[in-house]
Write a protein that binds this ligand. Structure first.
Ligand code: ATP
Ligand code: MG
Length: 387
């Protein structure tokens, strides 16, 4: 075997048993809270477990939380080797040690990883409740996925977290478990129809507002891992004017505002636009009129709303299109199926396909108000939770 030169790059090893007991190793936690490089030594090793001495810093124990990813580096007879691992257990007392295991692998359905891509984040919201947001999020997600997009739906409806109910999914865990550090984000994701990924919010979304820095930092790195697999992130927000809803909208790149032709729904949509105008939103705002009799009804409502919001609020609202009032939508929900697998040729399905194609054609920058720079999910999270 050729000898490795001293300056050769480290080799990533998959069989951890190459590290023998007493082997000195350098441990670098990938956490904003522990930035150091800690010298430890191996206590025991097997193919996928490594027990090392507890890291110390100036005579003090460094308590790296369970779940933290770490890079282990060691000098062996074959050159420098590295291991990507995460802390899976900490042992206190006299036999203090840190047990490392493999990083969780993304679920197979996440497909190929494309590092560096930034997801386009679209909030779906309404002034009044019950206008069809969740049904649209789910079906638009499927339509976008069928157009080749990698779609993730974040179920952010604080009242009724029901994306999973609509799709007959039974997620065991949700964002609350990720925040508590009990689960990795990859454990929580569930696969929906046409490869759409769902991130169940559960009660986690309420907890998000009360995170301390440590929990926030952890969640941030979890979201970064999700973003690698996502082209479009759809946020199903609640309805109304509460802070949590507007925070979600502010965190997104774009917003789809949903209304129906019903006068109350229209006035409530307008009231929400007014709040957004006061918040000085700098993003693409698009209107969808749901449950229309025909295209004309949608256009008529859009014309009035676009005019009023520009004239009285100084907001550029663009009209994305309509969805017909169609009993197939409710029927699919009752069957807990997406609209395309239940009634793919229905009017509403055709309308939603058209909306998806227009969204893609519009890119992230169609509306005149969309002047914001692309932001990473991390920056969005900051906006979402006021950091
Ligand atoms: N295009 C449509 N045609 C007919 N019925 C529809 C259409 N869109 C939605 N609905 C019906 O409206 C009801 C409410 O829809 P949905 O739950 O998606 O609204 P929502 O805005 O998410 O409500 P909430 O504000 O409570 O979260 C559903 O029962 C659905 O059947
Ligand atoms: Mg809903």
């Amino acid at each position: 075997m050729p000898q490795q030169r001293d300056d050769a790059p480290p080799t990533a090893v998959t069989d951890w048993a190459v590290l023998q007991p007493e082997q000195p190793v350098a441990l670098r936690p990938e956490s904003p809270l522990h930035k150091g490089l800690y010298q430890c030594s191996v206590l025991e090793s097997s193919a996928d477990r490594l027990r090392v001495t507890m890291p110390m810093d100036q005579g003090k124990l460094v308590l790296i939380p369970v779940g933290t990813p770490v890079v282990v580096q060691a000098e062996t007879g074959n050159g420098t080797v590295t291991i990507q691992a995460r802390v899976i257990d900490r042992q206190g007392g006299t036999s203090r040690s840190l047990l490392l295991g493999p990083l969780p692998q993304p679920p197979r359905y996440l497909g190929r990883q494309q590092p560096g891509t930034q997801a386009r984040t679209i909030a779906i919201t309404s002034g009044k409740g019950g206008v069809g947001k969740t049904a649209l999020v789910v079906n638009l997600g499927v339509a976008l996925s069928e157009l080749g997009q990698r779609v993730c739906i974040v179920d952010g409806d604080l009242g009724t977290a029901n994306v999973d109910v609509i799709l007959n999914l039974a997620p065991r865990w949700n964002l609350a478990h990720v925040i508590a550090g009990e689960k990795d984000i990859y454990d929580v994701l569930v696969e929906g129809p046409s490869g759409v990924i769902i991130l169940p919010g559960g009660s986690g979304l309420q907890e998000l507002t009360a995170l301390d820095d440590r929990q926030f930092a952890k969640l941030r790195s979890q979201f970064q891992r999700l973003e690698r697999y996502t082209d479009i992130l759809l946020l199903d927000t609640g309805s109304g004017l509460s802070r949590s809803v507007t925070n979600f909208i502010l965190a997104a790149d774009e917003t789809l505002l949903i209304t129906t032709p019903e006068p109350h729904a229209i006035t409530d949509a307008y009231a929400l636009l007014k709040v957004l105008a006061e918040e000085n939103v700098q993003q693409a705002l698009r209107l969808v009129v749901n449950r229309v009799r025909d295209a004309r009804e949608g256009e008529e409502i859009a014309r009035k709303m676009l005019f009023a919001s520009q004239r009285f609020l100084g907001i550029e609202l663009a009209y994305l299109g309509h969805v017909s009032d169609d009993p197939a939508v409710g029927a699919a929900i009752r069957r807990q199926q997406d609209l395309f697998s239940w009634a793919g040729r229905s009017r509403a399905a055709e309308d939603i396909r058209r909306l998806a194609a227009r969204l893609l054609a519009a890119g992230g920058d169609a509306a005149p108000a969309a002047v914001s720079k692309p932001r990473s999910l991390v920056q969005r999270l900051r906006a979402m939770f006021g950091r």
